[in-house]
Write a protein that binds this ligand. Sequence first.
Ligand code: PEP
Length: 239
Amino acid sequence: MENKIIAANWKMYKVKRDVDAFFEIWRKYERLKNEIVIIPQAPLLSYVKNFLSYEKLGAQNCSDKKEGAFTGEVSPYLLKDTGCDYVLIGHSERRHIFGEKNEIMGLKIKNAIEANIRPIYCVGEKLEEREKGKTIDVVFEQLSVLKGLPSGGYDIAYEPVWAIGTGKVAKKEDASFVQGKIKEYLSQNKIGEGARILYGGSVKPDNSSELLMAPNVDGLLVGGASLDPGSFFKIVSSG
Ligand code: PEP
């Protein structure tokens, strides 16, 4: 099996002593062939960076601006300077709790790429959209911001909103189907060169292996189950 990318979204959890405790256990595990990305809260980035050897560092969000009077925003140029290789853009918690609109996502992705950071662009439908059979329409609308951007330099995470933090995981066939459609969309529009498509939404040690083996699943974005080193290690070593 080719190498996968597996990213740990720590959301708004962990302070420094939790990071110490995580890495005290994590560093005893063997080095893995899969690409691993640790994505902590922004003020923890430098601290976490000190613990990393082969793992990469990612941020949870960034500004669509390079610099300026934008209090509370974080520039991707600073993220790069802090050692980040990746940034999540458009996570459903940003879209649905903080009201970030689709239109700004393209600007953020462009800004991150220009700062030499690889965005992981998150897309996915809400439960009511899925029940109305609108999954593909919603996902394609979210992907449309990629038109007119550099033709590559980013990855995509398919994260059905109803599966995030709920314990309801998408069936591997459903994840494969939607992720196959995402690949078709990218290739038809001649965009997304080299993009890997991750699945995210209630990934746990007992479902990660079948998801990682499913067609069109090039990696995983893991929230809750990445907070514990033991469960995250089981996930990253399962495929
Ligand atoms: C996420 O935060 O991107 C996520 C998928 O969370 P969880 O694994 O907890 O559903």
